[in-house]
Write a protein that binds this ligand. Structure first.
Ligand code: PLP
Ligand code: ZN
Length: 411
């Protein structure tokens, strides 16, 4: 059973039926899914949710499917880890990592958005699915399309990490590498969505796609014991995830599922080489000035973010802030998380760690704030970014082993 009334324009409020469309015809603002919250509130309680299987579908009343999901049934339900060793390193007391680098099936938070969007494409009886991607979305759409038995068309910039391209092609996806950056790929996809009966998950299915990200916020609150945290640090590409985490917390509050009021400050993180949302926040503005990306954090390299205005608004309205990280700081961030907590994240996670470190130093995140850092992708996909020298081999005997250990100790 669905609790969706239809789609509604985020700016002017014009209503639309449930359909694969993303923008308002009047004002071009994004469309959002409109729910019957009064009915949802009767159907949902903490106990009811807690009694269900642990996957993102335990919140299905707040997701826009009409029927049962057929793919992505095991997505979401990732660990929230108390991170005391990292917290000591950063100088705070109450820190958690929400670890979506182990999401199923493709090891990034994008498995949440494709779980919703591809099931929706199936409900709309679209002939194929696809996306414009900076890498992780490509992996996730290709995998879930394969599981659904649908053809997929995946559009990527031609400079992506090899492992992300391989982890798309392996599913039999049609990968179209475009000579250009993500923003050019995305414009091409808008034209393709107008011309072909396909569901491009972050183009014409974008209102449904975005809803999957809310479950990242629901899980944080539930795993903290139905508590909204004081601060969340989130990596931003198009700016959708950070907005939807906040929307998720707000919905839980509205439905009476939380033990506290949502006064969560949202903190955004981008690479210094692609920081249009961070720059807007620092100017005290919500106007996005597009940039040409130049960063090792390719999964976040969107120079003209579709939800940038919305993300900057939510960051400011929530009392949060935004920071960026240089390539060197990104690599240091990856290593810090790995060495303190045993979690190997991709470049986006390095960005988030480095930004969190700066926000704590600036006093914007206080030592006793209940803080969650959003880790959204897996380090095995961007290994080339870290460039650690392979160990020199030893002879298979004790003497050579002891010489090697002594050499390492001397360094
Ligand atoms: C896509 C992506 C993001 C950001 O997503 P938006 O919703 O576009 O802001 C963050 N981290 C990783 C690893 C991603 O792949
Ligand atoms: Zn409108």
């Amino acid at each position: 059973m669905s609790f969706v009334n239809g789609l509604r324009c985020r700016e002017c409020g014009r209503e639309y039926p449930k359909a694969p469309i993303a923008g308002c015809e009047d004002c071009f603002a994004p469309l959002e899914v409109d729910y019957d919250y009064a009915a949802i509130s009767k159907a949902l309680s903490r106990e009811e949710i807690a009694s269900r299987d642990f996957s993102l579908w335990r919140y299905h009343e707040l997701l826009p499917l009409d029927g049962e999901p057929v793919i992505g049934r095991a997505s979401g339900a990732t660990p929230l880890i108390r991170a005391d060793r990292l917290a000591r390193e950063l100088g705070i007391e109450n820190l958690y990592i929400k670890n979506d680098s182990v999401n199923f099936p493709t090891l990034s938070f994008k498995d949440r958005v494709t779980a919703v969007a591809i099931n929706k494409a199936i409900e709309f009886k679209l002939e194929a699915v696809g996306c414009a991607s900076t890498g992780n979305l490509a992996n996730s759409v290709a995998a879930n399309a394969a599981a659904a038995g649908l053809p997929s068309y995946i559009f990527i910039p031609d400079n992506l990490e090899k492992s992300k391209v391989t982890a798309t092609q392996v599913y039999g996806a049609r990968v179209i590498a475009v000579k250009g950056n993500y923003d050019q790929v995305n414009r091409l996809c808008s034209e393709i969505a107008d011309r072909y009966p396909w569901g491009l998950v972050n183009v014409n299915l974008r209102p449904f796609y975005g809803e999957g990200s809310k479950t990242f916020g629901y899980e944080i609150a539930e795993q903290l014991g139905w508590i909204a945290p004081d601060a969340v640090v989130v990596p931003m590409a198009g700016g959708s995830l950070i907005s939807k985490i906040h929307k998720g917390l707000r919905e839980f509050e509205q439905l009476g599922l939380l033990k506290n009021e949502v006064s969560t400050r949202m903190f955004g993180a981008q690479a210094a080489g692609c920081n249009p949302i961070v720059a807007a926040v620092k100017r005290g503005s919500t106007e996005i000035q597009p940039v040409k990306p130049q960063t090792i954090a390719k999964s976040l390299a969107i120079g003209n973010p579709a939800d940038g205005y919305h993300a900057a608004s939510i960051i400011s309205a929530s009392g949060g802030w935004a920071e960026d990280a240089t390539d060197e700081e990104i690599i240091a961030g990856i290593r810090l998380l790995a060495e303190t907590q045993g979690i190997f994240t991709e470049t986006a996670g390095g960005v988030t760690l480095a930004a969190a470190q700066k926000l704590i130093k600036q006093g914007r995140i206080k030592p006793n704030d209940l803080t969650v850092i959003a880790i959204t992708g897996n380090g095995l996909k961007t290994q080339e970014a870290v460039e650690i020298e392979s160990p020199a081999a030893i002879e298979p005997n004790i003497a050579d082993f002891e010489r090697a250990i002594a050499r390492a100790a001397a360094v």
